[in-house]
Design a protein around this ligand. Structure first.
Ligand SMILES: Cc1cc2nc3c(=O)[nH]c(=O)nc-3n(C[C@H](O)[C@H](O)[C@H](O)COP(=O)(O)OP(=O)(O)OC[C@H]3O[C@@H](n4cnc5c(N)ncnc54)[C@H](O)[C@@H]3O)c2cc1C
Length: 536
């Protein structure tokens, strides 16, 4: 039997947050053919759809299962970096927090990539994406494919966290305001209590279209380039390498780690690095794999009285979830958050009225990078470094397309030490919140992590929490950044500089990480890319 054709107008690599949205939008036009290649398998497994189970997916078949290189500022530890490997990509594995960031974040994108990427220009795209329950602001959409809901059964401790914020003098506001956001209960990418990935939101409604072909288990090896034009990709399907042909364009949507890896394997990257691996240089593009930014989080996990998600493993909870989509298993774990501006922001002259730390709250002790089951009743109050000054890299370890690339976020490496100082200030805010009556009432005075925390000074708690336990909040961006300058990897229309017929549409193009979470902007990038390809 002949294998079906792998020729389409557009070949899209990766069915993640951005790729799924892009493929669905392009295939709305029945005269356009789209081939969506996804390395992972289908997303049928129950644990992909049970919100509280997300960390159970780590290091499993739906995870690319990366680790960073040793991080000198974190006691030389490697840090576990999960990434989704299935339909929906990381939106099938993430913590479902819908936090769009601030208008100012996108206005900063516009400064380097033009007005198309500024907040005012992107509002129609956010509205196009979102189906928001009880929108609090006119910029929030209500009839898009991506459902954004309130949590169905948040823990009582989450209300205590918000009360603690009030007691500590912070504002509690509606979530996802473009300006002036305070503390809030997390809104989640769920539909009636189940995860709503971009595979659910975008691909399922599109699956009957004859002009959209989605191939799972399709690992792309590299882009094929003739002269200066991308013509398709080499892809392994069922153990056979084949060429998929794009009659119009190839779009890379493999995420902030795999997209730069694919560009490098295709001969697009820093010439010296390519030469070191014996890869012929198609385009000397120093920006590929550079500019890596991620959100580092350092958490404190005090012991708590009963009623936390520690009880989520019980059989009763599974029955409640399966029968009514209720109970602890509908929790996204990180049920609350809030934005704060530390004194460090003023000291370093950060833009006025914007936060430098996000406080994240989990009604469970999120310890061991999420890799170990919850050990006890406890909470997590953590500080996220929102705007790191440190910059890292993605580099090839090998020319083997199945070899994991070298990931070096270079956490806390900025010479001025602003990142470390800011994170310390954020942890002081966490300690202050833990001292409020509201959180004292739900905690015991003991500690889950750091163990023995009750015998540590504030400075010891802060230092241990950073050096021993800080980990990723899973938001890598920037490794194929867009810009109007010649050193940017893609231009403002997402075209890879130096090659025709090749674009990037995923979190790699983000020039500076937002003060928010990265699923929303990744989906928006997919939507904008669809308009760019359609010539709108
Ligand atoms: C554990 C975790 C928790 C997170 N929590 C949140 C959260 O609560 N809120 C939030 O906003 N963000 C969160 N994020 C981040 C957010 O999910 C990502 O920023 C976003 O999904 C990135 O979208 P993307 O399109 O760039 O890449 P992805 O969604 O990762 O998609 C890339 C796709 O490309 C495929 N692919 C890669 N290489 C190849 C290849 N060679 N051939 C074929 N296919 C390939 C991958 O399998 C994947 O499906 C989290 C991420 C993780 C991992």
């Amino acid at each position: 039997m002949r294998a079906p054709s792998l020729t389409a107008d557009y070949v899209i690599v990766g069915a993640g947050s951005a790729g799924a949205a892009l493929a669905a939008r392009l295939s709305e036009d029945p005269s356009t053919t789209v081939l969506l290649l996804e390395a992972g398998g289908p997303d049928r497994a129950l644990e992909l759809h049970v919100p509280a189970a997300f960390s159970r997916l780590f290091r499993g078949p739906y995870d690319w299962n990366y680790d960073t290189v040793p991080q000198p500022q974190l006691d030389g530890r490697t840090v576990f970096w999960p990434r989704g490997k299935t339909l929906g990509g990381s939106s099938s594995l993430n913590a479902m927090m819908w936090i769009r960031g601030f208008a100012a974040d996108y206005d900063e994108w516009a400064e380097v990539a033009g007005e198309r990427w500024g907040w005012d220009a992107l509002v129609p795209y956010f509205r196009r994406v979102e189906r928001t329950e009880d929108p609090a602001d006119p910029t929030q959409g209500t009839d898009g494919p991506q459902s954004v809901e309130h949590q169905r059964d948040p823990r009582a401790q989450t209300a205590a966290f918000l009360q603690a914020a009030r007691q500590a003098g912070y504002a509690v506001t509606a979530p996802n305001l473009p300006r002036g956001q305070g503390f809030a209960q997390t809104m989640v990418t769920q539909r009636r209590g189940s995860r709503a990935s971009t595979a659910d939101a975008y691909l399922r409604p599109a699956r009957r279209r004859r002009n959209l072909r989605v191939v799972t288990g399709a690992h792309v090896r590299r882009v094929t380039i003739e002269g200066t034009r991308a013509t398709g990709v080499y892809v392994d399907i069922d153990g056979i390498t084949r060429q998929a042909v794009a009659t119009r364009e190839v779009v890379l949507a493999g995420g902030a780690i795999n997209t730069p890896q694919l560009l490098l394997l295709s001969g697009i990257g820093p010439a010296d690095h390519l030469a070191a691996h014996g890869i012929p240089v198609r385009v000397d593009a120093p920006g590929v794999g550079a500019n890596l930014q991620d959100h580092l989080v350092a958490g404190l996990a005090p012991a708590a009285h009963g009623g936390t998600l520690f009880g989520a493993e019980g059989r009763g909870e599974l029955v409640r979830f399966l029968s009514r989509r209720r109970g602890m298993l509908t929790s996204n774990v990180a049920e609350g958050y809030g934005f704060v501006r530390t004194d460090v922001a003023d000291r370093v002259g950060a833009p006025a009225d914007l936060p430098d730390i996000e406080i994240i709250f989990a009604a469970a002790p999120y310890v061991g990078e999420g890799l170990i089951p919850l050990p006890a009743e406890g909470l997590t109050v953590g500080a996220i470094l929102l705007r790191p000054a440190s910059r890292g890299t993605i580099r090839l370890a090998s020319v083997d397309p199945y070899a994991k690339p070298l990931i070096d976020p270079a956490y806390l490496s900025d010479p001025a030490g602003t990142d470390r100082a800011t994170l310390e200030a954020g942890l002081r805010v966490c300690l202050g919140l833990l001292q409020t009556d509201a959180l004292k009432a739900v905690t015991t005075g003991g500690w889950v992590q750091p163990a023995g925390g009750e015998h540590m000074s504030a400075e010891e708690l802060i230092d241990t929490s950073i050096r021993r336990y800080a980990h990723t909040l899973y938001h890598p961006v920037g490794t194929a950044r867009m810009g109007t300058d010649a050193e940017s990897v893609v231009d403002p229309e997402l075209r890879v500089r130096g090659v025709e017929g090749l674009r990037v549409a995923d979190a790699s193009v983000i020039p500076t990480v937002i003060r928010g979470h990265t699923n929303a902007p990744a989906i928006v990038i997919g939507e904008v890319a669809a308009d760019l390809l359609r010539g709108h």
